[in-house]
Design a protein around this ligand. Structure first.
Ligand code: KIV
Ligand code: ZN
Length: 524
């Protein structure tokens, strides 16, 4: 096995890990996170060893401002960063949000490609150059650590890009990011871009170059690795690869690619991969975005061996089919089946092995729910426990909760009687429908009138057997806003009601968060 041991690589050869799960990741349609969830995620990222946490876009909403501000106060090891456009109002608001950070960064950006300058900014190239100098200088007057990004760098005319980079470095940018904003680049091209810019722009040695890749062609991770080969020493990533459209490069994939193939690319990171599974599950639980089964590193099948030949090889020597160990990324020995006689201690150990560390209240709550499940189900498998804990995490701060559900189904018609608690106050309705799920959703509509359209309803069994828990995902859309919800229960209809209500809660939280287009001060 060629894994490079942690700490074997000198700091000089470290790649800075910049996590944007809470900024670009939260821009995924439907992936809104509450303030409490962001604070918890920031703690996980810091514990993991992430160098820079991009916590939000402070001018975009009061919610984003507050998240960046509170994370800046909470986090002491990682740098806390906020995003700002090339406008004085944006930069001032961002500076205010990171003011109390032990290490604070302003990340300011402007588009540099012909198509963005002409249609989006409606600015001439010379005006963009001037804006770069003004915005970066302004940010540098407020903080020492300034990152500048050339939005749509990979579709920018090369000489112009170099002039922009030179201007940003002269104005005081300490990190230069060349994003593949639309996920258009090929690895060989993207690596060459970094090599060329770093070797030909005067002053390039004064800055750290950064890669920020989108996954529209499924090349985000490959492009980020190529950028490192070309001289980049920061990668901008998100847990589970969430982000705009097809997402960003996945943190876990880049960290493990560097670790496992240290023979090929001798650069390490400060990330301790043992926290990866916990972070992945937490992000999936709070966003309601399931992790695809075959997802590299964190998918449920990433370390599963199904064929007889593979299983035989694994039993003889794990290196036959595994290039890294599940324990390296925080997946423990996970085959201990739990049942109704399992105690609190075994349950806590099981949670640890599955990558969860819960506080006392959350642990008590999860244990109670585990006991309820064990009463209904003979064997409680690891996946049942993961579904149960994720379900509790997703429901942590909900305003609307499912309190009671009774459904009549069969050949004579379907009806549902449902009680929801709204801010603790119960409200009941009865409805019929075209099938039992429709009846349940109609009852929710009666109690909480809304105009959101159901865009996705998906059910899958967590484990096998007729007593398996059903995991339900729901996606709603209202006025272009999308929100996702997920829930698990041995009763498919209860899981459906909870998933719908979870999506509604997320939709309402999203509505509260957004406010009319924030005034963009053109104060320059
Ligand atoms: O994709 C992109 O270009 C961005 C910038 C704001 C860095 O997210
Ligand atoms: Zn992006």
């Amino acid at each position: 096995m060629t894994t490079v041991p942690a700490g074997a690589i000198s700091k000089r050869d470290n790649v800075v890990v910049f996590d944007t799960t809470m900024r670009d990741g939260e821009q995924s349609p439907g992936a809104s996170m509450s303030l409490e969830e962001k604070l918890e995620l920031a703690k996980i990222l810091e514990e993991m060893g992430v160098d820079v946490i991009e916590a939000g876009f402070p001018i975009a909403s009061n919610g984003d401002f507050e998240a960046v501000r509170q994370i800046a106060e909470l986090i002491t090891e990682s740098t806390v960063c906020g995003l700002a456009r090339a406008a004085a109002g944006d930069i001032d608001r961002c500076a205010e949000a990171v003011r109390r950070a032990k290490r604070g960064r302003i990340h300011t950006f402007i588009s540099t490609s012909p198509v963005h300058m002409k249609y989006k900014l409606q600015m001439e190239p010379d005006a963009v150059l001037e804006a770069i100098t003004r915005s970066v200088s302004h940010a540098r007057n407020l903080v020492d650590d300034v990152e500048w990004s050339a939005e749509d760098a990979t579709r920018t005319e090369r000489d112009f890009l170099k002039r922009c980079v030179e201007a940003a470095i002269k104005a005081g940018a300490t990190t230069i990011n060349l994003p593949d904003t639309v996920g258009y680049s090929y690895p060989s091209e993207y690596g060459e871009l970094f090599r060329d810019v770093i070797t030909s722009v005067p002053g390039a040695d004064k800055a750290i170059f950064s890669a920020h890749c989108h996954n529209d062609l499924g090349l985000a991770v490959a492009n980020s690795i190529a950028a490192i080969e070309g001289g980049a020493r920061q990668v901008e990533v998100a847990i589970n690869g969430i982000g705009e459209r097809a997402g960003n490069a996945a943190l876990e994939e880049i960290v493990m690619a560097l670790r496992v193939r240290g023979d090929h690319l001798p650069y390490g990171t400060n990330v301790d991969p043992v926290h990866i599974t916990r972070a992945s599950r937490y992000v999936s639980a709070i966003t309601g975005f399931p992790v695809q089964f075959n997802k590299a590193i964190v998918g449920k099948n990433a370390f599963a061996h199904e064929s007889g030949i593979h299983q035989d090889g694994m039993l003889k020597n794990a290196e036959t089919y595994e290039i890294m160990k599940p324990e390296d990324v925080g997946q423990g020995a996970t085959n201990l089946v739990m049942g109704k006689h399992s105690g609190r201690h075994a349950f806590r150990e099981k949670l640890k092995a599955l990558g969860y560390e819960l506080g006392q209240n959350a642990l008590n709550d999860a244990f109670g729910r585990f006991k309820e499940l064990a009463d209904k189900k003979k064997h409680v498998f690891d996946d049942d426990i993961v579904a149960l804990v994720d379900d509790a995490l997703a429901r942590g701060s909900e305003k609307i909760r499912v309190s009671r559900l009774r459904v009549v189904a069969g050949t004579d018609g379907q009806s549902a009687e449902l009680t929801l608690d709204i801010d603790g106050v119960p409200s009941t309705a009865e409805a019929t429908g075209d099938g039992p799920v429709d009846a349940v959703f109609n009852a929710i509509h009666k109690i909480v009138p809304h105009s959101a359209a159901l865009r996705l309803f998906q059910v899958h069994a967590v484990t096998e057997g007729t007593d398996a828990q059903a995991q339900v995902s729901v996606r709603l859309e209202e006025d272009g806003r999308i929100a996702t919800g997920a829930a698990a229960d041995t009763d498919t209809l209860t899981a459906s009601a909870k998933a719908y209500v979870n999506a509604l809660n997320n939709l309402f939280a999203r509505k509260e968060k957004s406010r009319p287009e924030a005034a963009i001060a053109s104060g320059f």
